[in-house]
Ligand binder design. Structure first.
Ligand code: SF4
Ligand code: SF4
Length: 103
């Protein structure tokens, strides 16, 4: 399923989406790539998916305290990537292609 984290306001819609069918928590790597590359500490990997209690694998989520400010947290990456979503560090480095951004 697609888990959306973020918000909408008068200036736009700001959501990070994680495809939980693709994300495996980077279980075979020393550390989750999205956690490793994000300069704003947006992600964490949890053992139990808050959106799917039946899931038994670790999964990445956007940290609770980031969900209402991701537009600002991600501003550090957006100009550097030329505003290409595919060039954002989290999107580019996810080995499963599980992350997307709405803006
Ligand atoms: S980098 Fe991708 S596969 Fe790895 S934990 Fe993050 S979202 Fe999941
Ligand atoms: S765009 Fe940058 S700051 Fe935002 S989640 Fe991705 S790596 Fe982190």
């Amino acid at each position: 399923m697609i888990a959306n984290y973020g918000y909408r306001d008068g200036s736009g819609t700001y959501y990070i989406s994680i495809d939980t069918d693709k994300c495996d928590g980077c279980i075979d790597l020393p550390a989750p790539k999205c956690v490793e590359v994000c300069p704003s500490d947006v992600f964490e990997v949890v053992d139990e998916d808050p959106n799917d209690p039946l899931r038994e694998e670790p999964v990445a989520v956007v940290k609770e305290d980031q969900r209402n400010k991701i537009r600002f947290s991600c501003a550090v990456c957006k100009p550097a990537s030329g505003y290409e979503i595919s060039e954002l560090p989290c999107v580019k480095n996810c080995p499963k292609g599980a992350i997307d951004h709405s803006w």
